[in-house]
Design a protein around this ligand. Structure first.
Ligand code: SF4
Length: 158
């Protein structure tokens, strides 16, 4: 059996539509990717998760919680490449809408922010860790995703 790309697909604060697109892509690519990808983390496909020795982490969503910031930093440490998937991961928006609330609305959500360990602002991945590639779009641009994945196969000799 040939070498496989060790992949994590991880989702933070967002609506998860890029995950849905990814599942739809499996309709066309399942048999090819089954030969080429080892999913270390992918809650959509398997329950068990191995957060270590990851070649490429595809990360969807923005970072809104302190706990998620720690998870992201750990993921960066154990992954050779990090790909931000979708606009929320690349720019923070639209998940970061609360950053732009007026003072009155901010006051109304303050209790939730404090009680559940939210960060003061919702931020994109690159404001916390190094991001190697970005797949823009809301949801992600499938063509760019496939190009980035292909690039990763080449870089890792898969
Ligand atoms: S980028 Fe758009 S589709 Fe993707 S998670 Fe954010 S809001 Fe949802």
């Amino acid at each position: 059996m040939g070498k496989k790309l060790k992949v994590a697909w991880v989702t933070f604060a967002c609506c998860e539509d890029s995950s849905i697109l990814f599942v739809e892509l499996l309709n066309d690519h399942f048999f090819e990717w089954n030969e080429k990808i080892e999913f270390r983390v992918c809650r959509m496909l398997k329950k068990a998760a191995l957060f270590e020795d990851i070649d490429v982490a595809f990360i969807e969503g923005a970072i809104a919680l302190k706990e998620d910031e720690e998870k992201l930093r750990h993921l960066r440490e154990v992954s050779k490449k990090v790909v931000a998937v979708g606009s929320c991961a690349c720019t923070g928006m639209p998940s970061a809408q609360r950053n732009y609330f007026d003072e009155k609305t901010k006051g109304e959500i303050e209790m939730v922010i404090n009680r559940f360990g939210h960060m003061e602002k919702v931020v994109p991945l690159k404001s916390l860790v190094k991001v190697d590639y970005e797949v823009p779009g809301c949801p992600m641009d499938e063509k760019v995703f496939l190009e980035v994945l292909q690039k990763c196969f080449s870089e890792f000799g898969v």
